[in-house]
Design a protein around this ligand. Structure first.
Ligand code: NAP
Length: 348
């Protein structure tokens, strides 16, 4: 089979580096160009030392981007939308990892991102990138917008219960605990090691921007409210979402199993994790480092009808690059797990 030519804009960042790690082992892909303005002309392995001896490719500048089959955009928020007209001239297919094209409404974008959208005419034209929700639309899609990492963990846990109208739609409380790589590779005062190390920092008790896409994906023509908080913890990679939902009808534990199995039973990257004993009774982000899995578990308090849904993933994988490669595989009709079969490490 002929390989397709793939380029990555923003390839010196954490998400870009993870795309490279995956795509160098993808049998249907040839990596054509990788951009960085800071490191243009330098070997990729200068920035991503794990790629040493795998490639002698060097970074290019965005200005030197050539035509390719698929362009991944791993640029900071706001960059993709400012240059989207140029990017679509270079590649017929685009997979954007930023938040620029996740939302379908420019008003909602403005509300959550506190600025106007640079090209609202493109909103609605990108497929929202969670395959478990939008797989059919991704086949042969031109443009896909990968979902946010915290949003992915939250949506995958909640989706079956919102879709089937099983929860009170104004009482859901989600707390996500996140690792430091979510912030990207630029250091700043809050990421400085003496400050960040050991911290348990409530950085978005309200107002986290991923709420916008969570609500967009779970609405199903109802008014819903998601009460969402995010806390940084001592972890490099990983998201753990603890989602408290209140059932609107009596359900037993076996019903919850059934609902998840019906929704995700055939999904290659969703695993149900709920054991009666042992260390691994619920999802644990540490075990998912480098994998494309989202693990989901739950605990039901029948006395209050509170159901706690727990999901975990690697923010740079199922929350970013892994999800994007999964989307690429679906776009081209390849086996969905291609280049994504790494099971993780244990112990780690
Ligand atoms: N980190 C995560 O967990 C995660 C998860 C899901 C989605 N995302 C999204 O994925 C995107 C990349 O995230 P990241 O964590 O990889 O960020 P990052 O580590 O900060 O990397 C950003 C990349 O963009 C390039 N860049 C920065 N400003 C630029 C500019 N003005 N023009 C051209 N290139 C520029 C940087 O290249 P230089 O070398 O030139 O600086 C770098 O390659 C973001 O939109 C982020 O929100 C990240």
């Amino acid at each position: 089979m002929n390989k397709i030519n793939v380029s990555i804009a923003g390839g010196s960042g954490y998400a870009g580096g993870e795309l490279l790690r995956l795509l160098f082992f993808h049998p249907h892909v040839r990596i054509q160009q990788v951009t960085s303005e800071h490191y243009s002309g330098k070997f990729l392995f200068k920035v991503h030392p794990n790629l040493r001896k795998l490639t002698n490719l060097k970074f290019s500048s965005l200005d030197d981007l050539e035509a390719c089959d698929v362009l991944f955009l791993a640029l900071p928020h706001g960059s993709a939308m400012r240059k989207i007209d140029q990017f679509i001239q270079k590649a017929e297919r685009i997979i954007d990892l930023s938040a620029d094209f996740r939302l379908t409404s420019k008003e909602v974008y403005h509300h959550w991102y506190k600025r106007g959208h640079a090209c609202p005419e493109y909103l609605n034209q990108f497929i929202y990138g969670i395959p478990e929700l939008h797989r059919k639309d991704m086949v042969n899609a031109k443009w896909i917008s990968s979902a946010g990492c915290n949003a992915t963990a939250t949506i995958l846990a909640l989706y079956p219960f919102y879709k089937n109208n099983l929860v009170q739609t104004d009482r859901t409380v989600v707390e996500v605990k996140v690792g430091s790589s979510e912030g990207g590779n630029r250091n700043n005062a809050s990421s400085h090691h003496p400050v960040r190390s050991g911290a348990v920092r409530s950085f978005a008790p309200t107002g986290h921007r991923h709420v916008a896409e969570i609500v967009q994906e779970l609405t199903f023509d109802r008014d819903i409210t998601i009460h969402f908080s995010a806390t940084s913890i001592e972890m490099v990679r990983g998201v753990l979402a603890t989602c408290h939902v209140f059932l609107n009808r009596k359900l037993k534990e076996r019903d919850i199993w059934k609902i998840y199995r019906q929704t995700y039973g055939k999904e290659p990257f969703i695993r149900l994790v709920k054991e009666a004993d042992g260390n691994y009774r619920f999802p644990e982000p540490k075990l998912l480092i480098g994998t494309n899995f989202c693990d989901i578990g739950f605990s039901l308090d029948e006395s209050s009808d509170r159901l706690v849904l727990i999901s975990a993933l690697d923010n740079l994988m199922k929350g970013a690059a892994g999800q994007a490669v999964q989307a690429l595989n679906i776009m081209f009709g390849w086996e969905e797990t291609t280049a994504l079969s790494f099971p993780g490490l244990h112990p780690i």
